[in-house]
Design a protein around this ligand. Structure first.
Ligand code: ARG
Ligand code: ZN
Length: 856
């Protein structure tokens, strides 16, 4: 175990800080390799028992430290420095040197392209200066930024610009002040040259807010959608939650080098340019959607995250789960609620369930953390949002709003816990949520088993529900939870009324009885995906068909459809069957007939369940058989309905591109048609024409994806053309790289090698790394899971190299390799071999170490 790999921190060990910092003045003298940071803090002792002040620091050169003006010696600790026997109240001045240009971990202060920028969440501020780098220390910030005037015409930090001027040697400076006390993880600084888009927003109470969006030179025309999204988000939060923006200026900066999606720094959001830039030619409908949702997410953090923040990092879901829930509500209002929800369900089933059954399983409020960056997880974010959604379901729209009002007014300006949030919900609604709190402390995916009987003579429908959460890597014992199980009962015949209800499952086993069910009912369980659970219910194809046809809940209809198709795929896989069950064929015939009436929903229904979704339905999977069966069904459906796919595809062509709901839905369905068409002989011409005549990236990418999935020779031809057209455009080239990396074919490892020696590849750019290695590891199932283990070895070789550059990104990419429990013994063994190689590596980062050690 190397020095990187320290022990885990425990939630149970939380201690309030011994000191507070009321104000801090920061001065940055920006230079590529040697930036001088001067920090002057006003420090107060709050716990008289704590005599020494310990400050966090990482990769800093300490130039000097003064207490009330007197230079003072410090002792080094594992985490940073210790100042012994400090006064009760004092001014602390610290000078440090840092090296932004060689900071490829992209935490703290670094350079992205030509611009200086920062990323401080979770613990990046300690790479800027020695400080109490924890969210429950909140200070008022004044920040002076000094840089070369030509290289960095824009000098930005949080809050309001209060002064600026010229300095010697062609330099200039700006002074910013943020009136709201904040934790250091919300600190931000940007200095560089940009194009700027400007707009204004008038708040509900009539205040004018300046909106500024900074993008790379030449990208102004791609910024409008982001700016429009911001205004929509600001209006929505006022209308939905009564929450108004609080500063006079709101800035967003797009940078190309960024570890995550975006960051909600107070008044100065920093974004991965992928979630800012869009125009019809270069961005897909999905990109437009993502931009709107991430812009909203970061904006919503201003209240849920910034004004009310987290006491400690175990509480991360307090702000992330809640803010994801809020951005999901917003997206549902902006686009199609049903489709938005279906895609969230996919994320849960494909990624969160996998995490929750693997070695990194953790509750949405983790109890133990080694490296915090590893907990910006689908569990904390997406399951966290599902937990908030269940509260919303249990309390109702109005009850939830009352709880939010209570939470915000009670805790404005504080750093609080998940318990404080639930308490506010309880108090505002006079409800007992003690059982519900289990969702915060228990990991794993509950399975609800259903036993269902309808008695024609008594007209009663009886449902026996049993909940059981299988043990997880982090927790052997599980308790029953409070689970809202939404159900819909529809008559199998389609004649007569259906019924919808939310059942409150609170015990391990519970019986529910419905009276006056006069005709044979089909039951849809977990409508709207009312809880992050699995349902074990043997329904019949006939009943599933009734749900698809007659249920009012679109998620339930889609779900029943997916279940029917999944069952067929498993049947094919198990029997190695040449014959395919009839029901998917009948189903598809019906869906294709109605496709025009609800294009978006039917597109989702026609899409076969992904490999990952299928994998989550079994304890053990046979990778090859499953891939083969899925492929077999796809080809069969493609050929059986080739005329229909073709006809529909032609009917769906749109006029000129616009990101507008109706068009988006038609394009989605047309993309699905193309994916089937590509499996048929007669498709080459259609694909070629579609590529040639496309006026937008959505349609273009649909063609390329269809060719890629079917390994058509046309793929290489079109990809060459595509590269020629877009080689100078980083975001579009990410798509090009991803298409190549995701292609499942015998030579895929040599393809990867070629991609990584491509002139546009760089291990320093996370977007590029993700588009190649991320796509390979997560989505190139055939290539990654090659029987001989060469896919695992390939990823491991790369991780060893990447870990030294950017551990955060390396630790994300290892995910598919630690979730191996469902694989056959041969593959498991090959994976463990590679994990051992990592484990034995001397200078493995804490990020990778935590995951590898758990996986072994
Ligand atoms: N708070 C950001 C968001 O969800 C995520 C930043 C996480 N960054 C990190 N390095 N872990 O909006
Ligand atoms: Zn967030």
């Amino acid at each position: 175990m190397s020095s990187n790999q320290s022990r885990a921190m425990k939630l149970a060990d939380y201690q309030a800080p011994g000191f507070s910092v009321s104000d801090i003045y920061l001065e940055f003298d920006l230079q590529d390799e040697q930036t001088r940071v001067t920090a002057i803090s006003q420090v107060q002792r709050v716990d008289s028992a704590i005599r020494d002040l310990e400050l966090d620091g990482k990769k800093l050169i300490l130039e000097g430290l003064w207490i009330n003006g007197t230079q003072t010696e410090v002792s080094l600790t594992e985490q940073g420095i210790r100042l012994t026997e400090v006064p009760d109240q004092f001014e602390l001045r610290i000078e440090t040197l840092i090296d932004p240009v060689n900071n490829h971990a992209l935490e703290g202060l670094y350079k992205s392209g030509g611009a200086f920028c920062t990323q401080c969440e979770a613990q990046g501020f300690r790479r800027i200066t020695y400080f109490l780098d924890r969210p429950d220390v909140m200070a008022r910030y004044r920040v002076k930024v000094i840089a070369d005037k030509q290289d960095c015409p824009y000098l930005l930090a949080n809050g309001n610009l209060i002064d600026s001027g010229d300095a010697e040697q062609g330099r200039h400076w700006a002074l910013w002040e943020d009136p709201f006390p904040k934790p250091c993880y919300l600190f931000a600084l940007v200095a560089g040259d940009f194009d700027k888009l400007e707009d204004q927003f008038t708040t509900h109470s009539g205040r004018q807010v300046e909106l500024q969006l900074f993008v790379d030179k030449g990208n102004v025309s791609r910024g409008q959608h982001a700016l429009d999204s911001l205004k929509k988000a600001m209006a929505w939060d006022e209308q939905k939650y009564g929450l108004e923006y609080d500063l006079d200026i709101y800035m967003i900066v797009a940078v190309d080098f960024f570890n995550m999606g975006a960051m909600e720094n107070k008044g100065l959001n920093i974004f991965n340019s992928k979630y800012v830039l869009a125009d019809a030619a270069s961005a897909t409908d999905q990109d437009y959607f993502n931009i709107e949702s991430v812009i909203a997410h970061e904006y919503f953090h201003n209240w849920t995250g910034n004004r009310v923040t987290c006491r400690d990092w175990f509480q991360l879901s307090l702000k992330e789960g809640l803010t994801v829930f809020r951005d999901q509500q917003f997206s549902a209002d902006m686009a199609s609620a049903a489709i938005v929800r279906i895609n969230q369900v996919r994320v849960m089933r494909e990624h969160q369930f996998a995490e929750d059954s693997g070695p990194m399983a953790h509750p949405i409020r983790p109890a133990e953390v080694m490296e915090m960056n590893n907990f910006y997880s689908v569990t904390v974010y997406d399951k966290g949002a599902e937990v908030i959604r269940m509260l919303h379901t249990l309390l109702g729209e109005q009850g939830f709003r009352k709880g939010m009002d209570c939470y915000i007014s009670r805790h404005d300006g504080q750093a609080v816990t998940c318990d404080d949030f639930v308490q506010a919900m309880e108090d505002a609604n006079q409800r007992d949520l003690s059982l519900f709190r289990g969702w915060y402390s228990q990991s794993g995916t509950p399975v609800i088993s259903v036993d269902c009987e309808w008695d024609e003579s008594t007209q009663q429908l009886r449902l026996d529900l049993t909940q059981k959460t299988p043990p997880t890597a982090d927790q052997a014992e599980k308790q029953p939870l409070h689970i809202p199980v939404a159900i819909e009962v529809v008559p199998v015949s389609g004649q007569g009324e259906g019924r919808s209800e939310v059942l409150s499952l609170t015990g391990q086993q519970q019986r529910f009885t419905f009276e006056n069910i006069s005709a044979e009912p089909a039951v849809a369980l977990l409508t709207g995906f009312s809880a992050p659970v699995k349902v074990d219910y043997q329904s019949t194809p006939g009943h599933q068909l009734a749900v698809i046809l007659y249920a009012s809940d679109p998620v339930a209809r889609w779900d029943a459809c997916q279940q029917l198709v999944s069952d067929a795929i498993f049947t094919i896989a198990q029997n190695d069957a040449r014959t395919v069950p009839d029901f998917p064929i009948e189903l598809f015939a019906g869906l294709l007939e109605q496709a025009q009436t609800e294009p978006a929903l039917i597109a989702e229904m026609l899409e076969l369940p992904s490999f990952e979704t299928l994998a989550q339905q079994r304890d053990r999977i046979d990778v090859d058989a499953l891939l083969g069966a899925r492929k077999q069904l796809k080809t069969l459906l493609a050929e059986k309905f080739s005329a229909q796919w073709q006809r529909l595809f032609i009917q769906l062509s749109n006029p000129q591109y616009d990101y507008q709901q109706q068009q988006v839905e038609r394009r989605r369905l047309s993309g699905v048609c193309l994916s089937y068409l590509a499996c048929t002989e007669a498709s080459l011409d259609i694909l070629r024409q579609a590529y040639k005549h496309s006026d937008n990236m959505t349609d273009t990418l649909a063609v390329l994806k269809a060719c890629q999935a079917e390994n058509l020779p046309l793929f290489d031809e079109l990809m060459q053309d595509f590269e020629q057209r877009w080689h100078d455009d980083p975001l579009v080239m990410d798509k090009w790289f991803a298409l190549h990396a995701g292609r499942q074919h015998p030579g895929c490892l040599s393809t990867l090698q070629l991609l990584m020696s491509h002139g546009r590849y760089s291990i320093n750019n996370p977007n590029r790394v993700r588009s190649v290695m991320g796509t390979f590891a997560f989505y190139n199932t055939e290539g990654f899971h090659r029987r001989d283990g060469s896919g695992y070895r390939f990823l491991t070789d790369y991780l060893l190299e990447l870990d030294a550059v950017n551990p955060q990104v390396a630790a994300r990419l290892i995910t598919p390799m630690i979730q191996y429990a469902k694989l056959d013994e041969n593959r498991q063994q090959k994976i463990r071999l590679q994990l051992l190689r990592l484990f034995e590596h001397k200078s493995l980062s804490r990020d990778l170490y935590e995951k590898v050690q758990k996986a072994l």
